[in-house]
Design a protein around this ligand. Sequence first.
Ligand code: GUN
Length: 310
Amino acid sequence: MNDPRTLHADKIIDGKAFAEGLRERIGTAVGKLKDEHGLMPGLSVVLVGDDPASQVYVRNKGKAAEAAGITATDHRLDETTSQAELLALIDQLNNDPAVHGILVQLPVPDQIDPNAVIDAIAPAKDVDGFHVINTGRLATGQMTGPDAAMVPCTPLGCRMLLEDRLGDLSGLDAVVLGRSNIVGKPMATLLTQASCTVTVAHSRTRDLADVCRRADILVAAVGRPQMVAGDWIKPGAAVIDVGINRIAAPTEDDPDKMRLVGDVDFDSAIEVAGAITPVPGGVGPMTIACLLANTVTAACHQNGIEPPAF
Ligand code: GUN
């Protein structure tokens, strides 16, 4: 009865529902591309080794692509695959006109240098937005036209959720907690482009709670379960929780039970925040939807077609 999710339902940013709508719009756009241009967007997902979590992610990406009408091809390579073998596959995909997006699931086994892999993917097909050409285009604001940056999926999804909830973000104080290449850095760049005043905070930041309390927008992407407590949050702030952490949640019936939590302590945070993404059901579903959006955008650019706005 006192469940904060029920009491404060209007504060919850429902990423699952937003992602479903986005995937529908993508499906419609794919249908139009087929009808009007004979173009079938194609995504190739490469997985090296048999990490169970990666297998689930890759399967979900493939299923979501097919559901949106995107042709998905899976490449499962053995754990012992050499870097040269993986680069040969990437070269083949780079040169395949039916493949518009290439994603190599990370992490890769130790014998393979992830940077060599990312560098080998043609920037136009780099739907993760990890290639230095794309990070450079993002950093310099090259966001339109056939040579626009491919933007990493997770921060792209976070910005969509923020703009949907808050509208114009200009002038807002944003704190990005975490400085990874995949989330923190591109997130800070996107928020700067949206005319926020951006602080990138991290494990070495002094008075971290005070810094976070200044934020109108707080994006937590540090990978530390429930680190951000309610008293780190400015009343009314929008909180985007990128963390996906599995923690022990033993019950009498199941002493080994685990549950998913974010980097934010949801129950205390929702009391203070004006809007907040839950885990699961917040940012996670947006990442896959944005991967599909990037694939459609890439397919259009590779065929001289103006991409749809999602
Ligand atoms: N592993 C965890 N997240 C990601 C992602 O967004 N892209 C890729 N390629 N691998 C990942």
